[in-house]
Design a binder for this molecule. Sequence first.
Ligand SMILES: NC(=O)C1=CN([C@@H]2O[C@H](COP(=O)(O)OP(=O)(O)OC[C@H]3O[C@@H](n4cnc5c(N)ncnc54)[C@H](OP(=O)(O)O)[C@@H]3O)[C@@H](O)[C@H]2O)C=CC1
Ligand SMILES: Nc1nc(=O)c2c([nH]1)NC[C@@H]1CN(c3ccc(C(=O)N[C@@H](CCC(=O)O)C(=O)O)cc3)C=[N+]21
Length: 297
Amino acid sequence: MTIGKIIDGKAFAETLRGKVGDGVIAFTAKTGRKPGLAVVLVGEDPASSVYVRNKGKMTLAAGMESMEFKLPASIGEEELLDLVEELNADDRVDGILVQLPLPAHINEASVIGTIDPAKDVDGFHVVNSGLLATGQDAMVPCTPLGCLMLLKDELGDLSGLEAVVVGRSNIVGKPMAQLLLAENCTVTIAHSRTRDLASVVHRADIVVAAVGRAEMVKGEWIKPGATVIDVGINRVTDTEDGKSRIVGDVATAEALAHVRAITPVPGGVGPMTIAVLLRNTLVAAHARAGLAKPEGL
Ligand SMILES: NC(=O)C1=CN([C@@H]2O[C@H](COP(=O)(O)OP(=O)(O)OC[C@H]3O[C@@H](n4cnc5c(N)ncnc54)[C@H](OP(=O)(O)O)[C@@H]3O)[C@@H](O)[C@H]2O)C=CC1
Ligand SMILES: Nc1nc(=O)c2c([nH]1)NC[C@@H]1CN(c3ccc(C(=O)N[C@@H](CCC(=O)O)C(=O)O)cc3)C=[N+]21
């Protein structure tokens, strides 16, 4: 039996971060300042704290300015909106990321809608999602853009391929579908009300799983030779050693016998998300400084 390839997202992300680092040096030489990324974390969600710490570390390693704002979960919406306005007005800040989800008493859409679209390095503002949906130059959400980079690296031209995106969130599923459509894929978006998910997935040359359910996409659902991108980050407790580890939305071990290539969890899409965040921040810094878009990113 042939076994599929495991796509090394970690290595790809490292290369991308290296290119971003070169771009940062050039930007700093031209403008006399470093690109700046502000990350806002509300509450104490331990998983979120890990992402924020990693992002902060990588931002500094790429030569950028990192600003972190840790706010208590009890903060009012007005106060959070005021902070976003301050960051909008701060010239040192090129990118603003407000970690999601926010506590239930805060309206996420109002917070995202308050971010200056030019600093919206997550690409979540309706201006950016609208630009993406209409085929215009936009800030593109980091995770889907990272997935697309891996797919193009693996497959080259995606034109005409059948793509199935499982999940329709605003942060992963929907923008992923838009990107694949722009690459001329025939795109299906599946979700919790989809009937016979197994046979929908079985049509796909490209499967992107962004569900948030540990190993729900089974190996036998995958069409032989398909390429699978596993976005899921699910913390599970190992039944054998009782230790906690993270797994994706795809049953990877089973899927390996069917796929052409698949991203692992960890070491697949996650590191790409952070690398693209830095890339988007560098791109935003160039646009705000009136400089041409950096090449090769
Ligand atoms: N690696 C990375 O960088 C990132 C990873 N993630 C991870 O990706 C996963 C998805 O994240 P996100 O999009 O924010 O999640 P959401 O919970 O916002 O969306 C999940 C989607 O999956 C669908 N879904 C849920 N259950 C099923 C089911 N049984 N069958 C088919 N579809 C189903 C939902 O459908 P419906 O709309 O009908 O409810 C929904 O559209 C999570 O594990 C998250 O942790 C997220 C962001 C970045
Ligand atoms: N405004 C906003 N933007 C986001 O992009 C955003 C967010 N909110 N909320 C949470 C999700 C999740 N997310 C991840 C980023 C990196 C890894 C990552 O680096 N993962 C590594 C390590 C995982 C580990 O071992 O813990 C990996 O998969 O190899 C995972 C998940 C970004 N998100």
